[in-house]
Design a binder for this molecule. Structure first.
Ligand code: AHR
Length: 498
């Protein structure tokens, strides 16, 4: 099989916002406790954060981390997590039915993230709380000094304001599982008033309003329209969330689900632009895809977890090779919408539906999905070009005309590097990619990374951490401005040219 692609410097989609490669840490399962933080672990630093886990996060170069939830934030009192650790309360977390010790809170998390060169995307509780708690948290984080909450932060040992720029106005507020679920009208009004107050505290912040929790929600699209009717002037982004899975064990259909993500983004862009037109507003609203990943392996088994434990193993999906392909395909989809998607958070980062796993007291390792995420974060910086693709198509159970070739192209002009992310979704055959690289005539292949495996169900575990890992023996070459590459069956490819 053969696919053709044309890449031209003139076909510019957008600058890739580095925040496309963001992630998410929620107070959930072993993400915080026994994940990023484990005092007493041989790798723990003087404040209890694991150096080995931090090292793996650094490998990816995560630019921003959403915190502290997720569902958790809708019942969270941020005041519980600041001040002397000994006097912090243990609380029932109703979202995940665990006990939250509050050993780690706002200051510890922000300090840890800053050491990793990651910004924090902070979510405020609009489930059980509202305008007051949100504006107080913002004052605590960002106001320099001379007010009750800024001075409280200083008294807690943080003289300098944290300068948190990006704020989520609640989380998945349409969901019946959410503590303090709201109708679109209730949420829209609350989000607008919270945004107004927060901007009065700090006009430099950026705000994200909640879209639907999933594309399949019954109020999908009407929710977005109603919420934006109230908030359009006040917010900068609308959020999208999605998780895919292969519970039916149908790989071809599974990998086609990136088309659903593509459609999801197009539909939400349409709703945003409809409200823009309705309001005759000149501002174009961008999107924050602040939760996306594969999540299905543990959905059933997690129902058996005994409630009210501290940091139990929850959502610990063990990712297969085909899950890594799906994550790669989702990353390509996000890149090909870089003109409107400015923020995207792989949900999540450590232990709970995560690229990085840890053993309590033991090692940390990379799951299969770590690799496409790391590759795009490292090599997907620059200008996203619109490749013109002619690919063979296939049909699956739920999708028709699925291109076998999935690709996104990023030109890093400053580094003089052109990067082609390409996936072959064929279960049977390799795909010969022929690419006309007009405008990049002198470029040669520097490296061709490949993630492939004979077994779609192969996984990395603590005892076999490199079962699924990329190699750099990809077959590609350039002659007279034309790239020829062999994309082996079911493979993720990163072709770097200079
Ligand atoms: O990421 C796991 C959960 O998925 C989040 O807490 C919630 O926002 C979503 O439903």
């Amino acid at each position: 099989q053969k696919a053709k692609m044309t890449i031209d410097k003139a076909y510019i989609l957008a600058e890739a916002d580095p925040r496309l490669y963001s992630s998410f840490i929620e107070h959930l399962g072993r993400a915080v406790y026994r994940g990023i933080y484990e005092s007493g672990h041989p790798q723990a630093d003087e404040r209890g954060f694991r150096r080995d886990v931090a090292g793996l996060i650094r490998e990816i170069g995560v630019p921003m981390i959403r915190y502290p939830g997720g569902n958790f934030v809708s019942g969270y009192n941020w005041e519980d997590g600041v001040g002397p650790a000994a006097s912090r309360p243990r609380r029932l977390d109703l979202a995940w039915r665990t006990v939250e010790t509050n050993e780690v809170g706002t200051n510890e998390f922000i300090r840890w993230a800053k050491e990793l060169n990651a910004e924090v995307m902070m979510a405020v509780n609009l489930g059980t709380r509202g305008v007051d708690a949100a504006r107080n948290l913002l004052e605590y984080c960002n106001h320099p000094s001379g007010s009750y909450y800024s001075d409280l932060r200083i008294s807690h040992g943080y003289q300098q304001p944290h300068g948190i720029k990006t704020w989520c106005l609640g989380n998945e507020m349409d969901g019946p599982w959410q503590i303090g679920q709201k109708t679109a009208e209730e949420y829209g009004r609350l989000a607008a008033e919270t945004a107004k107050a927060m901007r009065l505290v700090d006009p430099s912040i950026e705000l994200v309003a909640c879209g639907s929790s999933f594309r399949s929600m019954p109020t999908y699209a009407q929710w977005e329209a109603a919420v934006l009717d109230h908030t359009y002037e006040q917010v900068d982004y609308l959020s999208l969330h999605t998780y895919y899975g292969n519970a039916e064990n149908d790989t071809a259909n599974y990998l086609a689900k990136s088309l659903d993500m593509d459609l999801f983004i197009k539909e939400i862009v349409a709703v945003c632009d409809y409200i823009k037109a309705k309001k005759r507003n000149r501002k174009t609203l961008n999107l924050s895809f602040d939760e996306w990943n594969v999540w299905f392996h543990t959905l059933e088994t997690d129902k058996e977890i005994t409630p009210w434990q501290v940091a139990p193993a929850q959502l610990e999906d063990c990712y297969t090779f085909e899950d890594a392909l799906m994550v790669g395909s989702m990353l390509i989809t996000l890149l090909n919408h870089a003109d409107r998607v400015k923020i995207a958070c792989l949900a999540q980062l450590v232990n709970a539906i995560a690229p990085i796993m840890t053993e309590t007291g033991g090692a940390a390792w990379r799951q299969s999905i770590f690799y496409p995420y790391m590759h795009t974060s490292l090599y997907g910086r620059g200008t996203v070009l619109r490749p013109v693709i002619i690919s063979p198509l296939y049909d699956s159970k739920d999708y028709t005309d699925v291109p076998l070739l999935d690709s996104a192209v990023v030109w890093n002009e400053a580094e003089g590097e052109l990067v082609i992310f390409a996936m072959n979704k064929s279960l049977q055959e390799s795909l010969l990619l022929e690419c006309d690289m007009r405008g990049f005539l002198n470029y040669q292949v520097e490296e061709h990374l490949v993630l492939e495996h004979d077994d779609v169900k192969a996984v990395n575990t603590v005892s076999d951490p490199y079962a699924v890992a990329p190699h750099s023996r990809g077959e590609s070459s350039v002659s007279e401005g034309r790239l020829t590459a062999v994309l082996s069956r079911l493979s993720w490819n990163v072709i770097r040219l200079r």
